[in-house]
Design a protein. Sequence first.
Lengths: 438, 99
Amino acid sequence: MEENQTQKFDVIVVGAGPAGVAAAVSAARGGARVLLVERSSFAGTKNMIGGAVFLSALKQIFPNAWEQAPVERYINKHTWSLLSDNSSVDISCDFPQNPKSASIFRSKFDSWLVEKAKEEGVYFAPSTLVKKLIKKNGCFCGVETELERIEADIIILADGVNSLLARKYGLRYDYEAKDTVLSIKETIKLSKEIIEERFNIEKGSKNGAARNFLGGLKLENAPFALGFLYTYTDSISLGLGVNLEDLSRYGLNPSDLLEKLKEHPVVKPLIQDGQMLEYSAHLIPEGGYKKLPKLCENGIMLAGDAAGFVNAIHFEGTNFAFISGKLAGETALAAIKIKDYSKKTLKLYEKKLKQSFVLKDLKSYQNVMRNLYSRTNSLMNYYPKAASKFFKIFSGASCIPKRDEFREFIVDFVKGRSIRELLKDAWAFIISIFGVLK
Amino acid sequence: MSSEDNKKKSIEDKLTTIKYNCDSESHLVINRELCKNCESRCCTYICPAKVYTYDEEKDIINVDYENCLECGACRIACPLNAIDWNYPKAGCGVIYKQS
């Protein structure tokens, strides 16, 4: 960066994650002078991801370079497990030829994104914390860091889930605990060979596996939580996302819950003899469509987690970040071209989001998480246990007549839960599906 | 050791795996007057790094900001909005390498 008092850029992007880099590079490609600021010394070191980044979105941002991105393994094997106290019922899919996502470490991956952006002319300012935004005549037109003022025609906030700036300037309300998930994880070292063996991965390949766990926490009042596991080259991640309101309500500590998952007889052998490399935590905004912020105002736009762009049910966040960032960057270019940075012009960003999967998916999924959350006990306890019972009968020759066993199972299934509750579960399921498809 | 101590120990062990560049002053400022009226003190258990602990004798919440993972959970969960939550100074705070 040049050392002078009146620095002026076309665009300042706050936050060098996927949304920020996509915004910066999209604007720079059209000839804009772009400054990308990041509060950490190295991009990605404040970030944590469950495990994998979606390749379709990465390809759209870096169509030529994406294959060189520092990825660990291409995730082509997904397994979802319903855990009862000591067993698991799984469903798996395997796409050996056509992986859709790849496991990454954010510190390496985000730093690579920034390097690519710099190659395309983006100015990068690490160790730069934006304390305030500059506003003149009702229009945002710069940032104030700990050290200096920097002006720009357009600001793009891609400063993540906590976005203190968006809240400070009234662009969004704070997330409520019920709309927020606290995700914690441990990165655990295991040898390549052990990973290949345990997760049934072709030897010497860059293939990898992901697993999700529902239930298995052995709590009567279980919080809404989902366990995850991703394979890296020679380590794995094991983590848990828990609804923040449930943690408060039931007096739970997230790390204790993860310990419970680690002790589960199905999970324990997967991490056996592993050595913890790093512990981490991050928030996920899951308020979705109903909690959307002001996506633009005079001279400013919000992208990525800062705007709450997450589709929790599919673990989608990085793709929303990349594409919303790209659309914000393109909108900035259009505004610069006509030298009009007003909200009226920047509304183009909203229009582009509405035409893309970003707002389409958020809209169609707006009730899904709430529906599932309202059935927490069914999902976390009742159905995993029922599934386990069923498969115990189905697969375990117990020398008891099958008719008796299945009849008992059906009686238990109906008795263990009032018809009213069963109907409520079914209703929540049906309206969720209908909401997405209508 | 009580189970509570064990849990604290478990988190302390986990935190040793993380690199920090410690800020000289706390980026987390709590309003102790408000905290006195708090019934849940949920910050003392929901925090993944156990940054907040309750000192019964002095009836105050202690804040080990050095351990903070900057997730923001306490800020949102605090029922009294008693936590003035900021980012550490530029370049300071947690430095994840393998997350």
